[in-house]
Write a protein that binds this ligand. Structure first.
Ligand code: PYC
Length: 317
């Protein structure tokens, strides 16, 4: 392509319980044919400006989660995917995987049934139901530390669990906040302060990885729904969905506390009122969460990356 010619990138947008996913289906970078983890490393080192071009302003926004559709290494898998956001990359993304499956169905590339998807943190499976709902069975999830105290400047001491659900989460129960959409600004400041406090005091995931998602829990007013959450994502946006990986982390904690049996349903409401249905299965002592939800395609577009545009690759903070 001559230097002054615009690059074209085909994307399909969807939302899962209000949380957007922009899937790149054509025109993405060539990351080779290594594992999805290797391809993510190459995405980060050689093509990070492409990530920013797709999800950051002025084409995207802080809330947008991107997905790069990849050919899988294992031909038993329907697809591979690398998820990314306004500040970096995600190991797994539950709402995004539901969006990916809805998008592949929209493109008529898959039919109802079970499909395996490769991600940088492992293979997940997704069932596309006849009614369009999707159940994602996530990577094994676990709690690495329970009831960790954290002193949060301006807010005092809180306690939370550290858990993996495909990303690292700090799950907080003892807070005084009302989980309501009208309080999103305060909830964002509070959870951001928690994240800074965790970093400052060296509270991290089992492998020393930064905890980059913070989750608050409270009661739900919806009939038959067990809990409501507010989830702060790595780039300071909040998850409009109940967060697939966050709900997975929650299910692993509930199971560790003896509060969730195999097959028992847990309904998790998001801050905007959307609901995921979760359950777990246990194999070889490991907890595998399943998350059911729906996604809807809401745009099909061609991004134009014009090299004359000074903000062509997005506004990066
Ligand atoms: O659904 O797993 C999820 C997720 C992670 C970040 C935003 N959504």
């Amino acid at each position: 392509m001559p230097d002054n010619e615009s690059r074209r990138v085909s994307v399909i947008d969807s939302h899962t319980g209000g949380e957007p996913t922009r899937l790149v289906v054509k025109g993405g970078p060539d990351l080779g044919d290594g594992s999805l983890a290797d391809r993510l490393a190459r995405f980060r080192s050689d093509n990070d400006s492409f990530r920013s071009a797709v999800v950051n302003e002025p084409r995207g926004s802080d809330v947008m989660v991107g997905g790069l559709l990849c050919a899988p290494v294992d031909s038993c898998c329907a697809a591979g995917v690398i998820f990314f956001n306004n500040v970096g990359y995600l190991g797994m993304c539950g709402h995004g995987t539901i969006g990916l499956i809805a998008t592949l169905a929209y493109l008529k590339r898959i039919s109802p049934g079970e499909h395996r998807i490769e991600t940088p943190v492992g293979v997940v499976s997704a069932v596309l139901h006849e009614n369009g709902e999707v159940t994602v069975t996530n990577v094994a999830s676990y709690r690495s530390a329970a009831n960790v105290a954290a002193q949060v400047p301006g807010y005092g001491q809180i306690h939370g669990d550290v858990a993996w659900g495909g990303n690292w989460f700090f799950l907080v129960h003892d807070h005084k906040m009302e989980l309501a959409l009208k309080n999103v600004a305060e909830l964002t400041s509070f959870t951001w302060a928690i994240r800074q406090a965790l970093r400052e005091h060296g509270v991290a995931g089992a492998d020393g990885k930064e905890i980059d998602h913070v989750e608050l829990f409270g009661p739900s007013q919806l009939p038959g729904v067990d809990s409501k959450n507010f989830v702060l994502c790595p780039g300071k946006a909040y998850d409009r969905s109940p967060c697939g990986t966050g709900t997975s982390a929650k299910l692993a904690c509930l199971h560790a506390d003896g509060k969730l049996r195999e097959g028992q349903i847990w309904r998790q409401e998001s801050i905007v009122g959307s609901v995921f249905e979760g359950s777990i299965s246990v194999r070889d002592g490991k907890v595998y969460p399943s998350i059911k939800g729906s996604a809807f395609v809401n745009a099909e577009a061609e991004l134009v990356l014009d090299p004359r545009d000074p903000l062509c690759m997005g506004i990066r903070s």
